[in-house]
Ligand binder design. Structure first.
Ligand code: FES
Ligand SMILES: [Fe+2]
Length: 402
């Protein structure tokens, strides 16, 4: 369809309660604005501090056309740098992770230390000052053990999130988790379709038979109230608290990163997110038992966490380009849990590996449909209100940028 409307007019003509028009997913100009004004301007989950325990440990994180090195320097602090050489711009580090005292650019050999300082560059003019050519820093912050990066030098504030999420995150001792497994799921679709999908559970019944056996999010309000009541009766005995925090529904204030925390009951008989409903890892933190619930948490627009009583699953969605994105899933257990003794990787991963593959398929089918000449936006169900809040936030940010 020939559409001569400006991006601003397109945003303003969007009907509340209706899905987005196809141009939002297919227009390279809109993607470029999203990249500059949204993706690069918000915090992105990048792992757990326990991933990089020793001086020199590093990992490379890619988001769209950017690449960052996160490294623990010789003094023990975590730092992040743009993985772009200050000579002529080659990627400096080509490995995904490892341990090193120095990063040597493979092109002409400029060498940087763990603090990003240029420490060697051959045959340069006499007036060349190495100190002017350190790697560019990337914003890095640690939220109760979780690493977040932002490619903007003035990222949104995390202070309110850190403060308000401290209590629920302490219940699961997020600070002292470790990454038991992680896996990347490439998705051939525009990145927004993946996030809209994660943010609604209208699809969970039809698309996720395994998930739907234990999670109750797709129940109607009366049934939800009943199962929630059962869980809340058990929560306190298990050492949990009835906490609900949300800065998304009314849209987070500009300049502040939005966040959310709530706990929802699993079906009777399920202790955690596993095939049998039985525990798959030791209880987290100081929990004394299973209340039969799972906590949903998000921090920022791309990063989500599901805290069962014995493990946490982290999800981060990032674009690769206009037509491709990626979901990376982390499975976190308590730091002292032993693989093969206290948990088995495959058993731990089963539910969200199965569910994420199923999500990939429905997102790609959705992408094929929105590219059709017959596509037109449809009405949202009231079960998609979280997805709508996310879209409302996205449109607010896009509008600010146009
Ligand atoms: S581009 Fe890195 S040393 Fe030349
Ligand atoms: Fe899903």
């Amino acid at each position: 369809m020939d559409d001569s409307r400006s991006i601003r007019q397109l945003i303003e003509s969007r009907k509340a309660g209706w899905a987005l028009e196809s141009r939002f997913y297919t227009d390279p100009e809109i993607y470029q604005i999203e990249l500059d004004q949204i993706i690069m301007q918000n915090w992105i989950f990048a792992g757990h501090q326990s991933d990089l325990p020793a001086a020199g440990d590093f990992k490379v994180v890619k988001v769209a056309n950017e690449s960052a090195i996160i490294v623990r320097d010789q003094s023990g602090s975590l730092r992040a740098f743009a993985n772009v050489c200050r000579h002529r711009g080659s990627l400096v580090c080509l490995e995904a992770e490892g341990n090193t005292r120095k990063f040597t650019c493979p092109y002409h050999g400029w060498t940087y230390d763990n603090e990003g300082h240029l420490v060697a560059a051959r045959n340069m003019p006499d007036d060349f000052k190495a100190m002017d050519f350190s790697l560019h820093p990337v914003s890095l912050d640690i939220v109760h053990g979780l690493l977040f990066i932002c490619f903007s030098a003035s990222p949104p504030s995390l202070e309110a999130a850190k403060h308000d999420l401290a209590e629920p995150m302490a219940l699961f001792d997020f600070e002292n988790l470790k990454v038991a497994a992680r896996k990347k799921y490439p998705i051939s679709a525009n990145w927004k379709l993946a996030l809209e999908n994660y943010n609604e559970c209208y699809h969970c019944g039809p698309a996720h038979p395994d998930y739907a056996k234990l999670h109750t999010l797709m129940l109607d309000d009366t049934k939800i109230a009943r199962v929630q009541g059962h869980m809340k009766d058990k929560m306190v005995m298990c050492g949990l608290k009835d906490i609900e925090i949300d800065s998304w529904k009314a849209l987070p204030p500009e300049g502040e990163q939005g966040y959310h925390y709530s706990r929802t009951a699993l079906f009777e008989g399920y202790k955690t997110g596993s095939r049998t409903g039985e525990a798959v890892a030791p209880l987290l933190g100081d929990l004394k038992g299973y209340d039969g619930g799972a906590s949903d948490m998000c921090l920022g627009p791309f990063s989500f966490f599901l805290a069962y009583s014995d493990h946490v699953v982290g999800y981060v969605f990032t674009p690769i380009d206009l037509m491709h994105c990626q979901c990376e899933v982390y499975w976190l257990v308590r730091a002292d849990a032993r693989e093969g003794v206290d948990y088995d990787k495959e058993t731990l991963m089963w539910l969200w590996d199965t569910t994420t593959y199923a999500d990939e398929k429905i997102i790609v089918d959705n992408w094929k449909g929105v590219n059709s000449r017959f596509y037109e936006p449809g009405r949202y169900s009231h079960m998609e209100e979280w997805g709508q809040s996310w879209v409302d936030w996205l449109l607010r940010e896009l509008k600010r940028a146009t």
